[in-house]
Design a protein around this ligand. Sequence first.
Ligand SMILES: CC(C)(COP(=O)(O)OP(=O)(O)OC[C@H]1O[C@@H](n2cnc3c(N)ncnc32)[C@H](O)[C@@H]1OP(=O)(O)O)[C@@H](O)C(=O)NCCC(=O)NCCSC(=O)/C=C/CC(=O)O
Ligand code: FAD
Length: 629
Amino acid sequence: MVSRNRSQVKDHLGSKVLNHPELRNTKATEYMSHEEKYRYNLSRATAMLKLIDEEGMDVNEISKVMSHTVSGFTTPDGNPLAVHQVMFVPTLMNQADDDQVSRWLGDVFNGTIVGTYAQTELSHGTFVRGLRTTATYDPASRTFDLHTPDVSAAKWWPGGLGTTANHAVVMAQLYTDGQPRGIHPFMVAIRDRETHRPLPGITVGEIGPKLGQNTLNNGYLLFDHVKVPRENMLMRNARVNEDGSYTKPSHQKASYGTMVFTRVAIALDTVDALQIAATIAARYSIVRRQGEPRDDGQEPQIIDYQTQQLKVLPHIAACYVLRASTARLWEHHTHVTSEVRGGDTALLPELHATACCLKALVTQDCSEAIEALRLSCGGHGYMTASRLPALYAYATAGATYEGENTVLLLQTARYLVKQAGGSHAPPAAGSAVTYLSRPADDTPFAVGSPAAYVAAVGRVARGRVTEVAAALQADRQTMPEADAWNQSLVQLVAAALAHGRYFVVREFAEVVSQQSSSRAIQQMLQLLFSVYLAHAVSRAEGDFITYGGLTPSDIRLNRRHLLRLLAELRPHMIPLTDAFDLPDRLINSTLGAWDGDVYRRMFEQASHSPLNTDEVPASFHQAMLRSKL
Ligand SMILES: CC(C)(COP(=O)(O)OP(=O)(O)OC[C@H]1O[C@@H](n2cnc3c(N)ncnc32)[C@H](O)[C@@H]1OP(=O)(O)O)[C@@H](O)C(=O)NCCC(=O)NCCSC(=O)/C=C/CC(=O)O
Ligand SMILES: Cc1cc2nc3c(=O)[nH]c(=O)nc-3n(C[C@H](O)[C@H](O)[C@H](O)COP(=O)(O)OP(=O)(O)OC[C@H]3O[C@@H](n4cnc5c(N)ncnc54)[C@H](O)[C@@H]3O)c2cc1C
C-alpha cells in the first residue's frame, strides 16, 4: 500500500470495512451477554487484522487504524486486539533488536503470536519505578526468573490479556549480579500456541466489567518463578550478556518509548470521538423542536436557543483546532522517533513533555465536551442507541490510561519549570518553550483579533509557569524537595494545561495563516478559531485577568463577543459537521443520522429489546406474581 496520511488511511479503511463481507453487517450488542459480546467483537477484530494484512500495511500504518471512527464500527464494545496493535507490535518494533524483530515478527503478522503490553500492577500504575514484578538473571541457565512476589504485584489491566493474548511484553524490575537495574521489557509466552492453555507458572484471567469498552478484554497475570530465555529481554536499548554483565540504555527512559507513542495516538484518536459526538448533537439540535411556537407556527429548533448554541458550537470549533494540533504532534513524534533510533535523544525530553500535556488536555477537553454534547440531547442523549454514552466511556478512559492526566501534566510541568529556571538544556530551534525565555508578548487585547487572543493565551501560560517556578524555588529553600513540589501541585497542573492551550492555539494560528487554497475556507477557519479562543477565555476568565492582561471590561466584552460569534457560526453548523465526512453507519446513532429521521429510528431500536418479544414477559409472572407482593 502506498504511504498515506492518517486521514487518508482512515477514509480508505472506513470504506473498506463498510463493504467488507465479514464486517459490513453489524448486530446490536446491547442485549448480548459478556461472553457473546466478546466473541462478536473478537471475530470482527480478527477480520480487521486480516484486512490490514490484505492491504499490506506496515506497522506504522497499523497504529493509524486505531482511529476511533473505524474501530468504533468494527469493535463497538472495545477491540480485544487494540493493545496488540497499538502497543505490543510497536514495542517489538522499537525496543527489540534486529535479531529479535526477525525472530518474532513473522509469527506476529501471521497471527500465531497475539500479544499485550503488561506493565500496570494492582498496586502500581502511575509510579512505574515502583513495579514489583522481578526478572532475575541466572547466568548458569541463561534465563530470567520472572516472579510476582504477592497479589498486589499481579499485572492488572493489560488489554487483550484476559482471554485473547498468548504473549505479553512484561515490564519488570531487572536484577543482574544481585543489582537492581530498573524497569525493562521482556517478551513472555503466557499461553500455549496450540491449546491456548496458560503455561506452567502462569495465572491469567479477565478482570471483569468496566464503565465501558467491556470487550477490551483487560486481564490479570501472575508469575510463579517462570523461566524466560535471555534472548527474550528486548535488547535494542539495554542489554544483558550471557555472563550477566549489563549495558545501560542510551537514554534512561528508553524503555518508556511505547508510552510516548501511545499518548500521541490517544490524543489524535480522542478527537475522532469528539467529531462523532459533535455530529450527532448538531444534527439532533436541528431536528429537535421544542417550545412555544414562533411566528411561523412552528416550535423552535433547539439550536436556536442561545444556551444550546453554547453547549454545541464551541465543541465543533474544538474538533478543528484539536485535530490540527494533534496532527502536528504526530508529525513531530515521527521525526523525533527516527532521531532517537539514530542515537540522538536531544529532542526526547520536549517530545515527552508535549505528548504528556496534549494527551491530558485533549482527553480532558474531549470527555467534558462529549458529556456536554450528550446533555445537549436531553433525555434521548441518555439512550445507549444515541451512542453518546459509549463515546464518553471511550474518551474518559483516555484520561486515565497511558498515564493518569494529573500525573502527565506534572511531567510537563517538571519540564517547564526547569526551562523557566534555566536548569535544563536550552530548547532547540522551533521548540514550543522558547516563549519562556523571551519577554512576554505585549500585543494589547482586542476582541475580534485572534492574534491578540493568542498573545493573551501566551501570557497566561508564561505567567502560570514563571509564577509556580518561583514559588517552587522559594519553597525549596525551606523544605525538602518532595514537600516543596507537593505545595505547588495544583498550580503546576494549571501551568502545564495553560502551556498545552498555548501550544494548541499557536498550531492552529499557523494552520489558518498557511491556508491559501480558498478565501472562503480561510474565513471559516478564522471564525472557528475565534469561537475557540473566545470560549477558552470564557472558561478561564480569572486566569486571563490575573496573567493575560485582560480587564474586567475585556471579560464582559468577550462574553458578548462569544455569543455573537456563536450566532454567526450557527448557519454553518451542519456543513461543518458534514465536512467530517462520517457515513451514517460509522456514526451509528439514532440521533445523528444524516436524514434526521430520529423518532422512527428510536422506535426501531426499541423493537430489539428482548422484553418486547412477548406481550407479557415470563419474568413478570416468575418474579412478581409468584411473590404475591
Ligand atoms: C510518571 C512517570 C513518567 C514517572 O516515571 P519515573 O520513572 O518515576 O520518573 P522519574 O521521576 O524517575 O524521572 C523523570 C524523568 O524521566 C523523564 N521521563 C519520564 N518519562 C519519559 C518518557 N516516556 N520519555 C522520555 N523521558 C521521560 C522525565 O522527563 C524526567 O526527566 P528529568 O530530566 O526531568 O529528570 C512514569 O512513571 C509514567 O509514565 N507513569 C504513567 C504510567 C503509564 O503511562 N502507564 C501506561 C500503561 S499502558 C496503558 O495504559 C495502555 C492502555 C491501553 C490503550 O492505550 O489502548
Ligand atoms: C481501560 C483501561 C485500559 C488499560 N490498559 C492497560 C494496558 O493495556 N496495559 C497496562 O499496563 N495498563 C493498562 N491500564 C492501566 C493504566 O495505565 C493505569 O490505570 C493508569 O496509568 C493510572 O494508574 P493508576 O491506576 O495507578 O492510578 P493512580 O496513580 O493510583 O491514580 C489515582 C489518583 O492518584 C493520583 N496520583 C498518583 N500519583 C500521583 C502523583 N505522583 N502526584 C499527584 N497525584 C498522583 C492521580 O492523579 C489520581 O487522581 C489500563 C487502564 C484502563 C482504565
